[in-house]
Ligand binder design. Structure first.
Ligand code: BES
Ligand code: ZN
Ligand code: ZN
Length: 496
């Protein structure tokens, strides 16, 4: 979809539909919206008749006569006090979905004014455009018939007046397009089934994208990982006929001496549980157990496109957790890259094993901080529900900054405690530690396990087991992989 900044007055715009956003309070005071004065007479009778209350995500399509726009689509923003960037994104997604359902090809969109917790016009424009794009995305690469295929818009004109700062708006559109591409990539990889997306494919994809994006990419195969002593990673990967890969990506946007921020993303392309086999129900959903890795890949690519002034390292351990004759077993002891030995109690607690070695690997790059993203525990979903990630961290600063980013993007995170008293659960009779504790508080013991590998470097762990996928669509998030964490991390990095 081509996005065009359009200074034409709204009455004159030649468009199939002009999209306008209204907050509930504005329904009675529409005259006060300077930007809508020209069409107030057209809208007002319908508002007075009570046809449109501007409830959140409510829409109404009008067919005005004798003006440029063939239609006017009103989209409700709900109460003004609840307005936040994420709500704008969702409302804009609803708007383009409405246009697509009407089989339109092109629309014009008037971004709403800045207010409530919205910071400036750049932010409004960015989230509106982001939503407008995300609302039209579908995962369709495996459908051969397009009987109910919805055709996305080819063009969207963003209306601006002569007072608008063109440069800020252009950069907002650019950021929105890059962010939307990143979210789409993470969702596509997450939705792609495990027979088509296995570690080698993910590594090839990462290498290809990195090359196009001028990012340094190093892929470690099984031999190289073994040579580097990554025994925890190898243990998990060895049970699959698909060999594992460690994907390392480096982006340099700041001075040579500035230490990188390290992002580590779990990429289990399928989690059967291994010999500690999972139950059959819902097992297909474990194709999204690589969502952390997909998010991290998407983020570093977008960081390069946004030319952020930061050095970034991404480590993505990719493996398939399967139960074949070569698989690691409960009772096995693995020697991690750090030298720490780990007794395996459950082969289904594989994520923390590949993440442990990846944290050790990341530390060799002397990062300023470590942020890991992983679909790590069902317990985190029990604790926080399906929409919210757990945030477990050794750094108050990281908690503060990630929470702040979360408030902007609407990807919910909630801090959970790392309770040291539970660490004795990980004591092993035969090795330095076990890979699981008891069944209570296991999101916390998972974090305690990882903490053994981060040394003194400030570290935050995002357990995204809940929000990485969804069974219920919202306007800007279709069913399936959500791309959770992409916008959050990009927002965090942009504010550094
Ligand atoms: N990939 C799962 C966690 C998961 C659960 C992700 C639900 C998404 C939705 C992880 O590898 C796992 O199996 N964790 C176990 C750990 C347990 C054995 C301590 C779990 O949470 O049950
Ligand atoms: Zn598992
Ligand atoms: Zn897993």
């Amino acid at each position: 979809m081509k996005i065009i900044l359009d200074p034409t007055p709204i009455l004159k715009i030649k468009t199939q539909a002009l999209i306008n956003f209204l907050a509930m309070e504005e329904v009675k005071t529409i005259e006060q919206r300077d930007d809508l004065i020209a069409i107030a007479d057209i809208i007002k009778p319908r508002l007075e008749a009570g046809d449109f209350k501007a409830e959140y995500l409510e829409t109404l399509t009008l067919f005005p006569q004798g003006i440029g726009p063939e239609r006017i689509i009103l989209v409700g923003l709900g109460p003004e006090k609840d307005l936040r960037p994420a709500r704008l994104r969702e409302a804009a997604a609803k708007a383009t979905q409405t246009a697509v359902l009407l089989k339109l090809e092109q629309t014009a969109l008037l971004p709403p004014p800045v207010r409530a917790s919205l910071t400036d016009m750049g932010q409004v424009a960015e989230f509106i455009i982001l939503g407008a794009i995300l609302g039209q995305q579908v995962y369709g690469e495996l459908k051969t018939k397009d009987k109910d295929k919805k055709r996305p818009l080819t063009a969207l004109n963003m209306v601006m007046d002569e007072k608008s700062e063109t440069k800020a708006l252009r950069s907002a559109i650019n950021a929105a397009e890059i962010t939307a591409d990143a979210v789409y990539l993470a969702r596509t990889l997450g939705n792609r089934p495990a027979n088509l997306l296995y570690p080698e494919v993910l590594a090839d994809e990462a290498a290809k994208l990195a090359k196009a994006g001028k990012i340094k990419c190093t892929i470690l195969d099984m031999d190289e990982a073994r040579r580097r002593g990554m025994g925890a990673f190898i243990g998990v990967a060895q049970g699959s006929s698909r060999p594992g890969r460690i994907i390392i990506l480096e982006y340099h946007g700041a001075g040579k001496n500035s230490p990188p921020v390290a992002l580590i993303g779990k990429a289990i392309t399928f989690d059967s549980g291994g010999l500690t086999l999972k139950g059959g129900e819902g097992m297909h959903k474990m194709k999204t157990d690589m969502s952390g890795g997909a998010a991290v890949l998407a983020v570093i690519l977008a960081t390069a496109r946004l030319k952020l002034k930061v050095n970034l390292l991404a480590v993505i351990p990719a493996a398939e957790n399967m139960p074949d004759g070569g698989a690691y077993r409960p009772g096995d002891v693995l020697t991690s890259m750090s030298g720490r030995t780990i007794e395996i109690i459950s082969t289904d607690a594989e994520g923390r094993l590949i993440m442990a070695d990846s944290l050790s690997l990341a530390l060799t790059y002397k990062p300023s901080r470590l942020i890991d993203v992983a679909t790590l525990t069902g317990a985190c979903v029990v604790a926080l529900g399906e929409k919210c990630a757990g945030l477990l961290s050794t750094s108050e600063e990281l908690v503060r900054d990630l929470k702040q980013a979360s408030q902007t993007t609407g990807e919910l995170v909630w801090p959970m405690p790392i309770i040291e008293e539970y660490s004795e659960q990980l004591d092993s009779d035969v090795a330095d530690c076990k890979n699981i504790g008891n069944r209570f508080g296991s999101a916390i013991t998972a974090a305690l396990f990882l903490k053994q590998f981060v040394e003194e470097t400030p570290w935050a762990h995002l357990d995204i087991a809940g929000p990485a996928r969804t069974d219920k669509a919202t306007p800007d998030i279709p069913v399936g992989a959500t791309g959770f964490g992409v916008q959050l991390l990009l927002n965090y990095l942009r504010k550094l």
